[in-house]
Each structure stands twice: as C-alpha cells, then as structure tokens.
Design a protein around this ligand. Structure first.
Ligand code: SUG
Length: 446
C-alpha cells in the first residue's frame, strides 16, 4: 500500500494582522502595529500549497478560525450587540481586544501533535490539539482546532482525536512545532522526537531566563502517553535555553526532520551528543543523516531572521528530498551559501525551492509553521475529508473565495469595524460549505 506525508497548511484568515503579541518571537514583536495584507497573505499560502501539489505531493488545507473572537470577549465581560462588544473592548482593554483578533490559527504546525498509525498502539492516527497556553491569543485556538480536525479526519476507524491538555502552563503544549518524526518510510514505525523548553515540576533543571519556554517536558510526556507510543521509539530532548533566549520560541525555528534526515543547528539542543546517540540507537541500523549546521557557517541570529530551519524538508515522488525555504534564506549570503553547499553534500537533500511567504514571516511564521504533517496510507487518505485536499479545482475555488471576501489592507483600527466581523463570518460560512466541514464555528451554532 502507498504511504504519504500529507501537509495540511493553514489557510490564512480574513483578519490576518500584526499586533506584536508574541513575546520571545522577534518578528512578531518588531512588526507590531504594521499594516497587514490578508488577501496577499492568503494567496501566498495558497500558492505554496499549489506548488507542492504540483510537485506531486499530497497537500491538504485546514480552515482558519473566526476572529475577532466575540465569544471570548463576551466571556471577559464585554456585552451588548456584537458591534458594542467590539467597541467597548477596543476602548476599555485594547491589548485584550487585539489578542482576541489574532489570526494565529494560520500556523498549523501549532494546531496539534499527530502520531501516525505505524507508531501508535491501536494503529490509528492520533491527534491532540495544542493548548498553546503560553500566549493568551493562541490559547483561544484549541477547541475550534479540535472541531476542524474532527471535520477533516472524521472516521474513528482510522483517526483518534484527544482533547487538548489541561489549560495550564504546567502542561504548555505547542503541538507539532516541537515534534519531529524520523523513519525509514512514512508507513513504517518511526522514532518520535519531542522537544521541550523546560520542566514544569522541577525548578532545579535548566530553563531560559529572558524569554518563555512554551513547551514543558510533562506536556510532551502526556502526549506520548495519550498517543500510545512505545518508550523505545520516543526521544525527549531539551531545547538549549540559550537559543530560546535568542528568539527560538519553537524547536522548528532551529531544527527540522524528515524520514532519515535530521537538520539542526549546532546550538539547538542541550546535551547534543547523548541525544544523537539515543536517536541513533532507537532508529536502528538503517542509514540516518544528522546534518548539523555549525555556528561558524550560520549564526543563531541568522537562523532566526531567515528561518533556515523553519523550512519543510519533503521527499519528492522522484525519491530525493527538497527543502522548501522562505525567500529570506536566499537573500542572506551566509544562509544561501550554506544551502548551496548542503545540496552538494552526500545527503538525500538535493534541491532548495524558495517561496515568498513574507506576510506570514512578519509574524514569525515560515513555511514549516504553516503546515501540519500527517503521515498516511492510501486507506487513511481515502477516509479523510476529500474537500480539504488541494487540487486545481480547490485552488481556483479558494482563490476566488479570497478575492471575493478578503481585504488587502488591515490596520489595528480596522479590527474594530463591525463590518469586518460580518465580512469574516460570511466568508467562513461559505468556506465551511466549500470544504464540507459542517458547523465548526461558534457563530454557526447560535
Ligand atoms: O505563536 N506568531 C506565532 C508564530 C507561530 C510560528 N509557528 C511555528 N514556529 N511553528 C506565535 O508566536 C504573532 C501574532 C501577532 O503578533 O500579531 C504570532 O502569534
């Protein structure tokens, strides 16, 4: 049976904006209050999805969430009509208001952790939405994420859906951004790597001092238990606290893996030597490539500003691997030189393809942030919602939909506009029909 890795990219929502909400994420902080272009952002994302589909990859789409989050604003005590809720919140608590407006669900690497059937005890694909507790604006996502995942993978013969971990910093979980899987083939049992930033229940362990560690060891362990993974096929790795303090807020900003390749920066992990040994032992005898990028070739600062590691490494139908990189990597001489030497090295990675995802990059989201990986076999793929899979028709349909509903300019002031809420709801309602998702949004349930 054929096996695939399917990338489910987040469709950028109609209220994509820059609010400087993510302490520890340098791009988000430095672009606070810049004017965004949701239409361009959505089209950049769709172009990347279509390009991967055209390369012969299986490509999926995950729907965005409704923002501003009126239900949360009401829960926080703002009352009246929707227009009054927006007006009162924007005037009385502007920071809370902005947090409730973030279109951050577009970064689906943070939507959930996914373990393929080849790794789990019951042979089903397991999904746990990330609770994203470290940032209030992201903690609004998990319930609707769960509903969207359920509507996308709606067959309990093949798919198991868990509730997100407790909404508490002790179990702070950022999903697949801190999770990588190594394997010989997608359908064979792999080694799942869980990278965490701190221990919640042991203060004596190393932790960053300047910026928050969003993922805890205890959260990673809980996910592994829920998914029924085998201890001999799991490796827990502590992220180097120094790089978190330099702006590496997720592991996928400093390391990425695919099949038998682990691509990482020299400073990515604590105790790299023993980590690599454990991975090697658990992976087995087959060829395994550790591609370590030395600081002398690329500094952590350059890795953070170009997102060299927030690239997707994909296995093309021809058999070799390609790196899907943001254009920023091409513009930085040290990084583009490094990538040129990498493709000439004796590893499966043979080409680099650059994409313009600037609208997302300005909020700290590169190509890899925009996608959730699901390794699937033919039967599982058949059981997934076919209306979420990218092809010429869906691409054309979604571009028309964006063209019809999205604005090409959004400032902080615009987010208070009740008309924007109406536009967004109209758009999302239509999207649920295009993608046959049912009623996944709270506004559809009243
Ligand atoms: O959680 N940015 C996101 C970026 C997520 C990137 N994802 C991965 N690395 N996988 C975050 O920090 C910024 C929103 C704002 O400032 O308006 C934001 O949420």
């Amino acid at each position: 049976m054929q096996q695939f890795e399917v990338n489910f990219d987040g469709l950028v929502g109609p209220t994509h904006n820059y609010a400087g909400l993510s302490t520890g994420n340098v791009a988000s902080q430095s672009n606070a209050n810049a004017v965004s272009n949701p239409k361009e952002a959505a089209k950049q994302g769709l172009a990347k999805m279509k390009a991967l589909a055209d390369m012969g990859m299986k490509q999926g789409v995950l729907a965005p969430q409704e923002r501003p989050d009126i239900a949360m604003l009401r829960r926080l005590g703002f009352s009246g009509s929707d227009a009054q809720v927006l007006d009162k919140a924007a005037k009385q608590a502007p920071q809370v208001f902005l947090a409730c407006c973030s279109a951050s669900s577009m970064w689906t690497a943070n939507a959930a952790t996914v373990s393929p059937g080849a790794d789990t005890l019951d042979g089903r694909i397991h999904f746990t939405p990330a609770n994203l507790t470290n940032k209030f604006h992201r903690s609004l996502e998990p319930a609707v994420t769960g509903a969207i995942l359920q509507a996308t993978f709606d067959d309990d013969k093949y798919f198991a859906h868990h509730t997100h971990l407790p909404d508490n910093e002790h179990f702070g979980d950022e999903g697949a951004a801190n999770h990588t899987r190594l394997c010989t083939e997608y359908g064979k049992a792999g080694v799942e790597l869980f990278v965490y930033g701190r221990y919640a229940f042991n203060q004596s362990k190393p932790a960053p001092v300047r910026y928050p560690a969003r993922q805890t060891f205890e959260a990673s362990q809980a996910i592994s238990r829920l998914h029924g993974l085998k201890d001999e096929k799991v490796v827990y790795i502590q992220q180097n606290p120094d790089v978190i303090d330099q702006g590496v807020f997720h592991n996928d900003v400093i390391s990425v893996g695919n099949q038998n390749v682990l691509f990482y920066h020299e400073q990515a992990f604590l105790n790299t030597g023993s980590v690599l040994k454990e991975i090697r032992r658990k992976f087995g005898e087959s060829p395994l490539h550790f591609i370590e990028v030395p600081t002398s070739a690329v500094s952590v600062m350059d890795a953070v500003s170009t997102y060299l590691f927030n690239t997707q490494i994909i296995t093309l139908p021809q058999g070799h691997m390609a790196i899907i990189a943001p254009a920023e990597c091409q513009e930085n001489p040290a990084v583009s030189d490094y990538l040129n030497t990498l493709t000439a090295m004796d590893t499966p990675v043979k080409e680099v393809k650059y994409f313009d995802v600037k609208q997302s990059m300005r909020n700290g989201g590169g190509p890899a942030c925009l996608r959730l990986r699901v390794a699937m076999n033919e039967r599982e793929l058949k059981a997934a919602n076919p209306h979420t899979l990218m092809n010429d028709i869906l691409f054309a349909r979604l571009n028309q939909w964006v063209e019809k509903h999205y604005r090409d300019r959004l400032s902080e002031q615009d987010l208070r506009d009740p008309q924007l809420l109406t536009e967004s709801r109209t758009a999302l309602d239509e999207l649920t029909q295009i993608m046959k998702l049912g009623s996944v949004y709270p506004f559809q349930q009243v």
